[in-house]
Design a protein around this ligand. Structure first.
Ligand code: AMP
Ligand code: ZN
Length: 462
């Protein structure tokens, strides 16, 4: 059984996709006005984990992640840096894709950009005006009428009666205390410069919230399974998405809303003045590998605040090294004629924990405990080949979720053959041949160690 904590109901609930075996997933993507930071990647990594866990359970996931390439922030930054909006956003979109790939995240099926979908947004706004959920202002802006939707506040738990629906708000982001009519369409202002589209209400541009409502429904339909983001997206962004989408389609919008907690850095909130806004490029320059970053981001539960620290790099390095050694150790056994499709019984516990609202801390503990036991058995030479095969199978599944083993970890066939020949030489006590083969293996950058369970191969450190 898969269970998720649904922000909408504030309960852990069994997850059943609308269409059997298939999951429709929308995750709010980056606002491409700057390089994404490690906090953004905590949220994207949680979404990647969610997808991998759904896939581990045999589900087919269709994932859409939008690119916010027009909003208040992008327009402001383009102006500050004196470049066209498109030049700015294309540059950071490309960097974002490079970072995602480097961090070993699975790509989404679609990455719609807001600027390519403005006509769909205009249609949706027209429908909201027609249904009297929105109104046009004198400056050509269109606002959503919050008190026309009685369920407003259901996600972020704002009581409708408590709201001060007194003024309109033009900015994309605003605080909880001032829930009010918000902009669906923003009439052109001189600050917008060249950024404008024609609409029935004159020149202007879409508001941020309508972008995600319109693109998610265009790709996934009026009603889909899961929508995610970081906690800061819950209000006003996701609350406003629900209002717009439900009023437009007249049906339920999303079944499950998942939100990840924020990442702290060096014990505090990330801020420019603290100088602790780390980007992937900066962490790379400091010697972090994708696996070390993945370990720091995935070892805490997604609904708890976790702290990212440069000082934890060594701890991550150790874990990654231990996992790689475990893999090489298992791979050095000759498994000819042994089937690889058996899992150890503990594997179902591992899957159960991940499927229980993505409990990564417990799933990691289960795997590390298993690894310790298997290593002990290998030390004593008491492991049998079936156990080696099932450990390799488990390790493979483990890494399909966590991605903590560097891709170079696989022992090349050529080395495996040399190690086998060396074992045969040792069996007939041909020590000369055995030494020669060790030298060859060494020259190819690998180390061979003789243990009670047989030869162990590992890559020599650079
Ligand atoms: P943005 O590029 O600002 O639209 O943010 C992209 C994603 O990163 C959103 O889902 C945010 O909720 C998330 N996010 C922003 N800051 C943090 C943080 N410090 N920790 C975790 N997620 C964050
Ligand atoms: Zn969004």
């Amino acid at each position: 059984m898969i269970q998720f904590y649904n922000t909408l109901t504030r309960k852990k609930e069994p997850f059943n996709p609308i269409e059997k075996g298939k999951v429709s997933l929308y995750t709010c993507g980056p606002t491409v006005y700057d390089e994404a930071h490690i906090g953004n990647f905590r949220t994207f990594m949680f979404e990647d984990l969610l997808k991998r866990v759904l896939m581990l359970n045999g589900l087919d996931v269709f994932h859409v992640m939008n690119i916010t390439d027009v909003d208040d922030k992008t327009i402001k930054r383009a102006k500050e840096t004196a470049q066209p909006l498109q030049a700015l956003t294309e540059n950071y979109t490309q960097k974002f894709h490079e970072d995602l790939k480097w961090l070993k995240m699975l790509p989404a099926d679609e990455y719609p950009c807001a600027t390519h979908h403005v006509s769909g947004m205009i249609k949706m706004i027209e429908s909201l005006i027609k249904k009297e959920h929105a109104y046009v202002e004198d400056d050509g802006s269109v606002y959503f009428k919050v008190n026309s939707f009685s369920k407003y506040g259901q996600l972020s738990n704002i009581k409708f009666e408590d709201q001060k629906v007194t003024e309109r708000i033009g900015s994309d982001e605003y605080s909880k205390e001032s829930a009010q009519d918000f902009a669906l369409w923003k009439g052109w202002k001189p600050d917008d410069g060249e950024v404008a589209w024609d609409s029935p209400w004159g020149k202007g541009r879409p508001g941020w919230h309508i972008e995600c409502s319109s693109m998610s429904m265009e790709y996934l339909g009026d009603h889909f399974d899961i929508h995610c983001g970081g906690v800061d997206n819950m209000f006003p962004h996701h609350e406003n998405e629900i209002a717009q989408s439900q009023c437009h389609a007249g049906s339920s919008f999303v079944n499950v809303w998942l939100h990840s907690e924020h990442l702290m850095v060096e014990g505090g909130k990330m801020s420019k003045s603290e100088g602790n806004i780390y980007t992937v490029s900066e962490l790379k320059a400091k010697g972090f590998t994708p696996e070390i970053i993945r370990y720091q981001l995935l070892s805490g539960h997604y609904r708890t605040k976790i702290n990212f620290s440069l000082a934890k790099k060594q701890e991550g390095e150790k874990i990654v090294k231990r996992l790689s050694e475990f893999k090489s150790r298992l791979e050095s056994f000759d498994l000819e004629n042994v089937t690889l499709d058996e899992n150890p019984t503990i594997y179902s516990e591992f899957v159960k924990n991940l499927s229980n609202d993505l409990d990564t801390p417990n799933a990691l503990a289960i795997f590390f405990d298993f690894m310790k036991k298997m290593n002990r058995q290998m030390d004593k030479g008491s492991i049998d080949k079936e156990q080696v095969a099932s450990s390799l199978y488990f390790l493979d599944k483990f890494d399909s979720v966590f991605g903590l083993i560097p891709r170079t970890g696989k022992v090349p066939e050529e080395i495996v053959k040399l190690v086998r020949r060396r074992e045969q030489a040792r069996n007939i006590k041909d020590w000369n041949e055995s030494d020669n083969l060790r030298d060859k293996i060494d020259a190819l950058g690998w180390k061979v160690k003789d243990t009670a369970s047989g030869s162990e191969i590992s890559k020599k450190s650079a």
